[in-house]
Design a protein around this ligand. Structure first.
Ligand code: HEM
Length: 602
């Protein structure tokens, strides 16, 4: 009883202290300098502050959470009636004793973030099951106390920004601390510091597949291996020209591939002009066929009738690619038991990766047996001999077949899928915005009336088409986050972020905020046609930025322009069903079947 009474009185003492704290805050002149709540709190009796006036706190707060640090308490105070007066991270700053303010950055420890991780940390450090992807998804969902579901793309991260401000720290017991940002000026600062060893977070399961399962030496550009250094950048730089050349040289083949897809649409449509739900697979076939044309200089018949037989290489490859995508995502999120033993998911993933790998290897062997006996000098004499990027990698860069195979597989699993899903979203946005579609149709007709065959120059004269693609990638970038390992200490929002911290730059959130784009939810391609430099280049980064930016940007844009122009010139695209949103399967993918109507134009 006595204990209870003491507890009660100490609680009211804490309540009083908290109120004093709030009134101090209210009376204090607003300072723009960042400061720290912790500094104020340090002055309090630690015991008192560490056990907050729970009755005052939001219902969600459990006692164990409440026994946390000062940031936690103050963040919970924001849900008190006084919350209008107290804002989030800036408030922590304002609460510091004014006399202590100076220009020096605040220590990393004071970056706000969910506290509950601190409790779990003790347990986690003995269970090395966690990878970067986990931190991004499961963990964040857990932190949001069950209000958000798994694989819900950017929602959990948006929640964290709303809760903690523009710079949020996640204590990563195993993978290291992670800092989340979304403001363009912060993102710009990170890219300004980038050096030749720019490192992204890896897709761990793919790295595991290459290094441990296949025993390759090269883990691919989406790994955190040494390839992330100068060697990769050298290869990447030297491929810029060949890719450009290849896009120009292979334009006619890419166009034929689009025509084949149009034929497939005509075959697939039912009486209501509607294609079946697995139209995404058709787009995947188009994406793969286009990829092979550029990378192998070959049409492999993915959209030809032979390619549809169940036993065909094309069908097996497309199945493997879809399966790999699904299980890669499942392995990366959740408990990563595959780190210790084969699991049903990792088995399915590896089997599909084997199919992809073996197909790529087959074409590499065909190339080797037909060309490698020629002397390298021949390649220089006749430019056409090195007619595909794959040959270029093998011959000019002396990459070994395993390395080439790994690189192509990364490009396929992530790059081709990104282009295909973006194309799917673009058709959806056009279907849902008939006025935009009409304007696009008019542009296509006006630019092609004298030239029934599209060419690259004609496409370049279609600014509205380009704007539609940009707008689609703004609202649904395939990759909603960019990541970098900080090469040196930087100051963000007044906090010192140390070298070696992983930064997650939430680029989808950036481009969906009102302060960066007016009416961000609306599909308004027109915004890209205004000579408006009011938005920062760093508020829209669907292809990333800097040395590690997307290598397939030109390929993807051209493929999308070509196919969209062809489809819109031939069909009016409609969609009658519920809204198609995105779900996160290592990238944004449509969450519903693509049951478009393709109505033939007169
Ligand atoms: C709409 C389609 C695409 C989008 C939006 C996209 C976006 C991205 C993004 C955001 C990155 C990471 C950039 C960074 O960290 O700064 C990336 C990297 C990469 N992308 Fe793409 N991509 C697309 C299509 C493609 C295609 C078709 C290919 C290949 C044919 C490709 C190949 C690559 C490669 C190899 C990298 C790694 C580059 C490096 O690490 O240096 N991408 N892409």
């Amino acid at each position: 009883m006595l204990q209870l009474l003491t507890k009660k009185s100490s609680n009211s003492l804490r309540l009083q202290k908290t109120k004093i704290l709030i009134s101090k805050y209210k009376n204090c002149k607003f300072s723009t300098k960042p400061s720290s709540a912790a500094a104020v709190v340090e002055k309090q009796d630690e015991e008192n502050v560490m056990s907050p006036p729970i009755s005052l706190l939001n219902q969600r707060v459990s006692t164990s959470e409440a026994s946390g640090n000062a940031s936690f308490i103050l963040s919970q105070l924001n849900s008190l009636p006084e919350k209008d007066a107290i804002q989030r991270p800036l408030d922590f700053a304002v609460l510091r004793n004014v006399s202590e303010l100076d220009d020096s950055p605040l220590p990393f420890e004071e970056v706000p973030g969910p506290f509950i991780l601190k409790l779990w940390e003790k347990y986690w450090k003995y269970v090395p099951l966690f990878g970067t992807q986990l931190i991004r998804s499961v963990l964040i969902n857990r932190l949001t106390e069950g209000r958000l579901q798994w694989n819900r793309n950017v929602t959990p991260i948006r929640y964290l920004f709303d809760e903690y401000g523009p710079v949020v720290k996640l204590k990563g017991p195993f993978a290291g601390d992670i800092v989340l940002i979304h403001r363009p000026e912060h993102i710009q600062k990170v890219f300004n510091e980038e050096n030749d060893y720019a490192t992204r977070s890896a897709i761990d399961i793919l790295q595991h597949y290459r290094l441990n399962y296949r025993k390759y030496r090269f883990a691919g550009p989406y790994s955190a291996q040494e390839t992330q250094g100068l060697q990769w950048l050298k290869i990447k730089k030297s491929l810029e020209m060949p890719i450009k050349k290849q896009i120009n040289n292979q334009f006619a083949k890419l166009e034929i591939t689009c025509d084949e897809l149009l034929q497939r649409i005509r075959l697939m449509k039912n009486r209501q002009d509607e294609v079946s739900g697995n139209f995404n697979q058709e787009l995947l076939r188009w994406g793969m066929e286009s990829f092979w044309i550029i990378l192998l200089n070959k049409k492999l018949g993915y959209l030809e009738s032979t390619g549809y037989s169940e036993t065909s290489e094309a069908s097996r490859f497309i199945d493997a690619l879809s399966t790999a995508h699904l299980y890669m995502s499942r392995c990366e999120t959740g408990f990563q038991v595959w780190r210790f033993m084969e699991t049903p998911f990792s088995k399915k993933l590896f089997n599909s990766c084997d199919v992809i790998d073996e197909t790529i290897e087959k074409y590499i062997r065909i190339f080797q047996s037909s060309r490698l006996h020629e002397s390298p000098s021949n390649y220089n004499k006749n430019e056409n001999i090195c007619s595909s990027i794959t040959e270029n990698l093998l011959v000019d860069h002396s990459m070994n077949p395993d390395e080439v195979s790994t690189l192509l597989m990364d490009m396929i699993i992530l790059g081709v899928q990104a282009a295909v899903n973006s194309q799917a979203f673009l058709l959806y946005f056009l279907a849902k915005n008939p006025r935009v579609q009409k304007r696009l149709f008019n542009e296509i007709i006006s630019k092609t009336k004298d030239y029934p065959i599209l060419n690259k120059e004609t496409l370049e004269k279609m600014p509205y088409l380009d704007a539609c693609i940009k707008e689609c990638l703004r609202i649904r970038p395939p990759f909603p986050y960019l990541t970098r390992l900080l090469p040196k200490d930087i100051i963000l929002h007044g906090y010192k972020i140390p070298k070696g911290t992983y930064l997650i730059m939430a680029n989808q959130i950036t481009s969906m905020r009102e302060e960066n784009f007016e009416d961000p939810e609306k599909f308004k391609p027109e915004r890209w046609l205004q000579n408006d430099d009011s938005f920062s280049a760093y508020s829209y980064l669907p292809f990333g930025k800097g040395l590690r930016s997307c290598m397939g940007e030109n390929i993807a844009k051209l493929e999308m322009m070509l196919l969209t122009a062809k489809i819109i010139r031939n069909f009016r695209v409609e969609y009658e069903y519920s809204e198609i949103c995105s779900r996160f399967l290592m990238m944004n993918v449509p969450n519903r079947p693509l049951r478009f109507r393709f109505v033939e134009r007169d």
